[in-house]
Structures are given as C-alpha cells and as structure tokens.
Design a binder for this molecule. Structure first.
Ligand code: ATP
Ligand code: LTN
Length: 336
C-alpha cells in the first residue's frame, strides 16, 4: 500500500501518573504543532506502563485521563491519530521480533532502566529491561510503505532510546532488507528538560515522590500558587537566566516558554524586582495557560462515549498503518 509521501510523526506517553508541565512543554506542545504538518500518531503507551506494577482499574482510568488531556491540550483527532498502544497488537508483535536482534549489552547501558530498576535490578521485570525495544517498535511501525523517516518529538531524557531505535532499524534493514524508515528525534532547545521545583537538578517527573516538585496539568490555581511560591531558587537577588542557579533558571525557562517573550525582554521586565515578583507572575501565567485546558478536559470527560469513540477510531487507523509495516517485517524475516 502506497502512503502519503514525506515524514511521519509518532510519539508516546505513559499513563502512569498525572501529566505535568514537563510533559506539556517538553513534548505535547510540539505534538500539537507537528500534527498540522505531517501525518501524526500519538499513542498512550499502556504496555510501557505495566513494566512497573500498576493497579488494573487505575491503569484503565489513567489511560482515559491521559487521552483526555492530550485532546484538551490541542491534539485534534480529525487531523492526528490518537490511540492506545495495547489496542494495536502489532506493537507487541514487532517488539518481540526486535527483542531477538537487540543485544543484552546494549540494553544494560540504558540509563532509564538503571534509574528505574535502581538497586532492585534482580527483581526488576524483564519488561522494564526490554522497554526501549518496545519503544523502537512503536516508532518503526509508523514509518510507512515505502519507508519514510519518522519524527519523534520527545524530551531530552529520551535521546538514548531514540538512538537505539535508529540502530535497531539499521540492523534490521541491513540483515533482512530495507523495511523501516529512520527515526529522527525532535528535541527542542528550551523545555526539553523541565526540572523539579524542589530538586532542580532532577527532571520533573510523573513518578516523583514529592508533590511540590511537580506542577500537574490538573492542579488547582491555589496548588499552582503554593508550589511556585515554595520552589527553590537559590541565593542571590537578580532575576537573570543564570545556569549556575538551576532553580531560578528553571522557573525562568518555564516563564519564557509560556510567555513567548525573549530572554532579554524577560530580564529587563524583572530588573529591579525580586524572586517573589517572578514567582507571583509565573504562577498567574501557568494558571492562565492551564485554565482553558482544564475546562476542555472536564467537558471531554463528561462524554465518556465520545472519548471511547475517538480511541476506537484511532485504533482502526493505527492498525491499518502498523499492520502493513508489520507484514513487511515478518515476511523479510521469513515469518510470513
Ligand atoms: P515517569 O516519571 O513515569 O517516567 P515522565 O514524567 O518521564 O514519566 P513520560 O510518559 O515518560 O513521562 O514522558 C512523556 C514525554 O514527556 C516524553 O517525551 C518525555 O521525554 C517528556 N518529558 C517527561 N518529563 C519531562 C521533563 N521534565 N521535561 C521535558 N520533557 C519531559
Ligand atoms: N519511553 C518514553 C515513552 C514512549 C515513547 C514511545 C516516546 C513509549 N513509546 C515512542 C516516543 C516514541 C518515555 O519514557 N517517556
């Protein structure tokens, strides 16, 4: 089947916790932008979520919450395909085939595995170890026929996984003939790594333990004010983009991304003012951006059937795309 020419876009997000400003500024705003330029596929990666223990009813609910938030943030199902990973069996099937050409040594060097497995390496699931291979399958299934590059908009933490996806595609194509297009990371300069508010040397994360570290997309205005007021800034008084002060730098980066103003305009705006002023204005900026998103989200969640309809249609469209590439990969491997 011949498909539309030019690159495709694919990205994924785990339904493991509450989406936060890091997910939004590092990934989702780029998805919203790219969907109008390329055929785009956005996937709620529930099979990735189960690499660590999840309560079944919560996982089901979180999957809908994440899908609803993506729609509320501006993913348009009449333009892009939004779907749930486990609804498209090709992902797990190709992941197995790629597992058989990925090396243990390479996966052992993946930093996300090392961080998530921590000291419990022996107890960590095989799924957590093989997680980046499933991610490679997610991406490569959408390279189309004939193969096209796949743009993958992600935060900076995913760079290493994207390199693996590129290498697995090249290895497969070399051994079995060209089936997959090349994955290309799309990682913005600012926003690719939003840091925790309490611990600005670590990225803001869904699975973090300290609620004051993270601004969730569903936080109330009072929560936002409280969390920003408590954010760590460091010593000094001047409001400047100073990389030696990671807390302040992070707050200013968030301000820059939400206001769309240049760094020098922001520094002039805060000249003669202090950290308290920055925090007050930043909190209001965040609240103003989140308010319409939260209102749309509440509307979307009121109509359960409509959301299920969007996901069912996304599943149909994704299956058609993914199955064509899966069949080509199977027949190249001698599995047809
Ligand atoms: P977890 O804590 O469960 O690992 P996470 O917060 O890292 O979750 P993911 O679902 O793994 O979120 O990531 C979804 C997307 O958001 C990815 O593209 C990831 O790179 C991006 N992302 C996550 N955290 C940040 C951050 N702090 N800054 C910028 N981008 C981020
Ligand atoms: N591993 C990613 C989530 C993810 C993903 C993908 C991102 C799963 N599949 C495909 C881009 C493309 C993470 O941990 N943030």
């Amino acid at each position: 089947m011949e498909s539309q020419p030019g690159p495709r876009v694919l990205s994924g997000i785990m339904p493991t916790g509450s989406l936060h400003l890091g997910n939004y500024l590092g990934a989702i705003v780029h998805w919203v932008d790219l969907q109008h330029r390329y055929p785009s596929f956005f996937c709620v990666v529930d099979l990735h979520a189960i690499t660590t223990p999840q309560k079944p009813t919560e996982l089901h609910e979180k999957t809908r919450e994440v899908a609803g938030l993506l729609l509320a943030a501006g993913i348009d199902p009449s333009v892009a395909t939004i779907f749930v990973q486990s609804h498209v069996p090709a992902h797990a099937e190709l992941a197995w085939m790629l597992d058989c050409i990925a090396s243990m040594g390479r996966l052992e060097r993946m930093t996300q595995f090392k961080e998530k497995a921590g000291r419990e390496r022996e107890a960590a699931s095989v799924g957590l170890f093989a997680y980046p291979v499933l991610q490679s399958a997610d991406i490569l299934l959408y390279s189309g026929r004939p193969p096209r590059p796949v743009l993958v908009p992600v935060g900076a933490d995913q760079r290493q996984h994207l390199e693996l996806a590129r290498d697995l595609a090249a290895r497969f194509n070399h051994r079995f003939g060209v089936v997959f297009g090349e994955p290309e990371p799309v990682i913005s300069e600012a926003g690719a790594r939003i840091m925790g508010l309490q611990n600005p040397t670590k990225k803001m994360s869904k699975s973090g333990k300290n609620p004051y570290d993270t601004i969730r997309l569903l936080d109330s205005p009072d929560d936002v004010r409280r969390k920003i007021a408590r954010a760590v800034t460091g010593p000094g008084r001047e409001v400047r983009f100073d990389e030696t002060q990671p807390g302040l730098y992070n707050l200013l980066t968030i301000y820059q991304l939400l206001s769309g103003e240049s760094r020098s305009d922001i520094e002039s705006h805060f000249q003669g003012k202090g950290y308290a002023d920055l925090k007050r204005e930043l909190a209001e900026l965040i609240i103003a951006r989140l308010r319409p998103l939260q209102e749309r989200y509440q509307e979307i969640r009121r109509d359960r059937a409509a959301l299920e309809g969007v996901l069912a249609e996304g599943c149909q469209r994704a299956r058609v795309e993914a199955d064509v590439v899966l069949q080509a990969a199977k027949s190249a491997m001698g599995l047809g």
